[in-house]
Design a protein around this ligand. Structure first.
Ligand code: ATP
Ligand code: MG
Length: 428
């Protein structure tokens, strides 16, 4: 039966549904006469998934996936289709990235498992969050934070280049996300406008970790050449191996150029010509691009990888000085990993209370290993936790101040305070 894996064992009904204390000592006289009316939302959902004909049919035809109700398609990529969905219990909107397992060879499976393991480590306001992974024999579903504001590529194609201030705010958020992932030794390797998404409130979300990888140490060199050719760094065409972070930095330079001019720095009719253009660093920044932004572009798009701006140089550059981040709201370090939901601290009381109200019992919470993205409880927990962070302003966008009084001091402050279709292709 499609929903049978979600069956809640009958003993759970004896746990207090609205507190985490075990009430199994309560006598039969304490039970409500009609226990069906007393079902928690979780019990009702899991019962429906096993017994309700309509729900079972929806599970079979893919209108439901695990605890999620599936709606229309919102995007597609080389390897996936992406649909909108709702969590049946929390009602939150999510994006479901659907991958066909029957069409995946060993390499695609390796990439997918890296996509999942990278995303599991990342909790940043400007990185799409992975809530849960649902597996069926033929498909794999990544349940992702929903970014309903479209992608950067479509925005520029439809509306033209971004204004100077919008470019600043957008680039600053991409920078914040990439700095954060590089600190965790995660390299994206497919940064491009199609993978920069926006939420409905305009917050940037870096998406698509399908080519990402985690380095075992900072100096480790990589030799798998992947990404989208117009964003590919010169060394990808030239060298046997490359330093991952510097390839992401180059792609950020291409993104920045695209944002402020509305066109790509390297364009050619053939792959050979494109390659020569990139290897020769043949681009020109239009003269009307503001000077500080021109300097930043030139600092990033350097053919020699080691001459490229480092993350902190970008963060402290003149062009980004007026950008003010809600830094105090950012987690300085990756969040501490919990062993089980029972480790939740006082400040997570709200999440815990919501879980109880939905019907998760002390036993559920004790046994759940939160590292396991394949558990529906992990999905609910991450969605509720993220909702709470969002209420606290976690996803607020930076603002651009009107004036920078003392550029030199402000630059130091910024520096100190900040802690096309992709292919897996052998480019050379
Ligand atoms: P490719 O490798 O061709 O870039 P892919 O198969 O790896 O694609 P994604 O890039 O992750 O797939 O997603 C494809 C498209 O689906 C995105 O360009 C975007 O339009 C949409 N999409 C993906 N994730 C989300 C999300 N979290 N919220 C909203 N839309 C999304
Ligand atoms: Mg993509």
């Amino acid at each position: 039966m499609p929903g049978s894996q979600y069956k809640v064992t009958s003993t759970k009904i004896h746990h207090s549904l609205y507190s985490l204390t075990d009430s199994s000592e309560a006598g039969p006289e304490d039970e409500e006469p009609d226990s069906l009316l007393q079902l928690t939302p979780l019990q009702k959902l899991t019962t429906d998934m096993c017994k309700n004909e309509k729900t079972i049919k929806e599970l079979i035809i893919g209108r439901r996936v695990g605890f999620y109700k599936v709606r229309g398609e919102i995007g597609s990529g080389t390897f996936s289709r992406v649909k909108m969905a709702f969590h049946a219990l929390t009602k939150d909107k999510v994006a479901l990235k659907i991958l066909d397992r029957t069409r995946m060879d060993a390499q695609a499976q390796r990439l997918l498992s890296k996509e999942i393991s990278s995303m599991e480590l990342l909790q940043h306001p400007n990185v799409v969050r992975l809530y849960e992974v649902v597996e069926t024999p033929s498909r794999l579903y990544l349940v992702l934070e929903y970014a309903g504001g479209g992608d950067l590529h479509n925005r520029i194609c439809n509306e033209g280049k971004l204004s100077d201030n919008t470019s600043k705010v957008t680039f600053a958020q991409i920078l914040s996300a990439v700095k954060y992932m590089h600190n965790l030794n995660i390299i994206h390797r497919d940064l491009k406008a199609e993978n920069i998404l926006f939420t409905c409130s305009g917050c940037v979300k870096v998406a698509d970790f399908g080519f990402s990888t985690q380095l075992s140490n900072r100096n480790m060199m990589l030799d798998t050449f992947c990404g989208s050719p117009p964003y590919a760094a010169p060394e990808l065409f030239r060298d046997e191996s490359y330093a991952g972070p510097l390839v992401d930095v180059w792609a950020m330079g291409v993104l920045l150029f695209f944002m402020v001019t509305g066109s790509m720095p390297f364009r050619a009719e053939t792959m050979g010509k494109l390659r020569r253009c990139i290897m020769g660093g043949a681009y020109s920044v239009p003269p009307w691009v503001p000077g500080p932004c021109q300097r930043l572009i030139r600092g990033i798009l350097k053919v020699a990888p080691n001459e490229r701006y480092a993350m902190d140089q970008m963060l402290g550059c003149d062009w980004l000085l007026p950008v003010e981040f809600p830094w105090s709201l950012l987690p300085p370090e990756p969040m501490q990993r919990l062993q089980s939901l029972m480790d939740l601290k006082q400040e997570d009381e709200e999440v815990l209370r919501s879980l109880e109200q939905l019907g998760f019992t002390a036993e559920h919470l004790r046994s759940n290993q939160l590292q396991d993205s394949r558990s529906p409880l992990t999905g609910v927990y991450r969605i509720l936790l993220h909702r709470r962070l969002k209420h606290r302003g976690f996803d607020s966008t930076p603002v651009v101040r009107g004036m920078v009084r003392d550029p030199k001091r402000e630059g130091l402050r910024a520096y100190r305070g900040l802690r096309h279709t992709s292919k897996l292709c052998v480019i050379s």
